[in-house]
Design a protein around this ligand. Structure first.
Ligand SMILES: *Cc1c(COP(=O)(O)O)cnc(C)c1O
Length: 358
């Protein structure tokens, strides 16, 4: 049975990458040593991390005045790192409350003593559409505006970034990193764990504009952007295996043609599922059409028992991890970069059959 994994993260990886990891695991490049064993100070790892960095730069067209850094601690670690490094002048940030992860980011900044102004929220609409700014913001009032480009749990995404004025934009791209093509220059800072679109759990990519990297006192070294720039992300032992595996996924993404091509495939995958859901008499996606995510699609029969039956029957057919997040319920299909079109087609066929039988 072919298995398709619709998990929200950690998530499916490209088959050729899994096979390459398997083949190379006992002996990396004929050295007789596994990537699990090599030193992060070795020439071999230097090449791995530098190549990964260059491939990110190529794929996202990252300009020369941006640094690409590798952290541990996930997106959640960057919820702390961003205010610690950037909210130093006004100690005040603006937030678009578009869902669970946006509000978690706000909570973390507030915990660190930063004032968080929630400029707009769609909480009262169950986050089924995106919040927008009434008016642009000024850099004289805020250190930055935090925006979650894709809301993993709720299934919304900013396909066009909010008109934000001259304030620095900080983007949490965790769940549509290189799945949707954004212009890096629109952001002062981008971050995301790789375990959704780009690799296994364990490494977080941060892209930060040079002028925002300043020496900051009294912050943990492992979240210090200036230090990580100086040490080429090797202030301490980096997650060697996760960076290696991410590097393989980046090569695979390049083979797909680049981000414009990837986004096109992702649009096609999402359209397959949304078109089915919109025609269905049993299943519904409640997200405002213009705000629908390409990578995370929540849907439901509006009957929790029936939803559970669908999830079970799907798993029996090799369509795994379709249970929605507990805060939303229902089902959720995550269609990240490595999910093939035929996986989405298999899901649509399954849902169609289920509907016919019920
Ligand atoms: C998954 C996710 C996070 C949290 O990431 P961790 O790496 O688990 O800390 C943050 N933001 C968004 C949008 C996410 O999808």
């Amino acid at each position: 049975m072919t298995v398709y994994n619709f998990a929200a993260g950690p998530a499916t990886l490209p088959d050729p990458v899994i096979k390459q990891i398997q083949a190379e695991l006992p002996s990396l490049q004929g050295t007789g040593m596994s990537v699990l064993e090599i030193s992060h100070r070795s020439a071999m790892f230097d090449d791995i991390i530098n190549t990964a960095e260059q491939d990110i730069r190529d794929l996202m067209h990252v300009p020369a005045n941006y640094h690409i850094l590798f952290f541990q601690g996930g997106g959640t670690g960057q919820f702390a790192a961003a205010p610690l490094n950037l909210a130093t002048q006004h100690k005040r940030i603006a937030l678009l409350d578009s869902g669970h992860w946006a509000s978690r980011a706000g909570d973390e900044a507030a915990n660190l003593g930063v004032t968080v102004d929630t400029i707009a929220s769609t909480k009262d609409k169950h986050y089924q559409e995106l919040p927008h700014l009434d008016k642009p913001l000024s850099a004289e009032d805020y250190d930055y505006l935090h925006v979650t480009t894709n809301n993993t749990i709720e299934g919304t995404a900013y396909h066009t970034l909010p008109e934000h004025g001259d304030v620095t934009l900080v983007g949490d791209l965790s769940s549509n990193f290189m799945a949707e093509n954004y212009n890096v220059q629109d952001f002062g800072l981008i971050f995301g764990g790789v375990q959704k679109n780009l690799g296994p759990a364990g490494v977080t990519i941060t892209i930060v504009r040079d002028d925002l990297v300043k020496p900051v006192e009294h912050i943990p070294s492992i979240l210090n952007y200036a230090l990580f720039v100086k040490k080429n992300s090797m202030f301490n032992t980096p997650p060697v295996f996760a960076i290696y595996a991410t590097g393989l996924v980046l090569k695979w993404l390049k083979q797909q043609g680049g981000l414009a091509e990837i986004e096109e495939v992702n649009r096609k995958k999402a359209a397959l599922l949304y078109d089915f859901l919109d025609d269905s008499k049993l299943f519904t996606n409640y997200i405002k059409k213009s705000d629908r995510s390409l990578t995370n699609v929540p849907f439901t029969t509006d009957n929790p028992d029936l939803d559970t039956q669908v999830i079970q029957a799907a798993a029996d057919s090799g369509l795994m991890n379709l249970k929605g997040h507990r805060s939303v319920g229902g089902l959720r299909a995550s269609l990240y970069n490595a999910m093939p079109v035929k996986g989405v087609q298999a899901l649509v066929d399954f849902l169609h059959n289920f509907e016919t039988q019920h």
